[in-house]
Design a binder for this molecule. Sequence first.
Ligand code: TYD
Length: 227
Amino acid sequence: MAGLFISFEGVDGVGKSTQAERLRDYLRSRGLNVVLTREPGGTRIGAAIRQILLHGVDGDTDIAPRTEALLYAADRAQHAAHVIRPALDAGDVVISDRYIDSSLAYQAGGRELTPDDIRNLSEWATGGLWPRRTYVLDMDFADSAARLTGEADRLESSGRAFFSRTRQEFLALAQADPERFRVIDASRSIEEVWDDIRRDVDGLVPDASPRPAEMADAASARPGGAR
Ligand code: TYD
């Protein structure tokens, strides 16, 4: 598998989608083929699963914890098989707005499901496909809640304790695997957050061809610039 797999994680409202789009545009401008996708709902089958997960069916939103874990895993299995693996095999960059770590942070830790259960389920669902880099966008509940607009869905209405616990889960996951994770302070401006991500990703794709604008910058900087 020749491509590069990157995921964005964090609680709702931290700006993952904005940064994932920036990253897509940036890497495209550097001449790379980029697939931006998301979970749940990165495939047509997944979109149907997403609808059930976030809104229930005919007013029934009482999803048992094991059902919920299996639905997220089913969405991920379809996503890995039909979107992520084919793109990576073609040498593309895949950016996923949420992936396995969301299941570990949101579904594990209740009374019924252990982190091992969730990890095994997702590994089985994806054939053990993990991202090379995961950006956890991290901020306080008060800040992220203030950013959420529109009608709260089933998960977003679960409240502060749920958010705080989930946030801590993401931080614990990141701490356990510093090689794969980068924790980004998402309470700052979009530009500052993006700057951290761009600097890191430049280290992952060092041989990407420079943009025309950058070549022009470099050329004009050369005469009086440092050696
Ligand atoms: P979404 O509207 O995509 O949230 P966001 O825009 O914040 O990413 O809804 C996804 C919700 O699903 C989100 O609250 C997190 C939750 N989720 C899980 O609980 N487990 C998972 O494995 C995934 C992928 C998402």
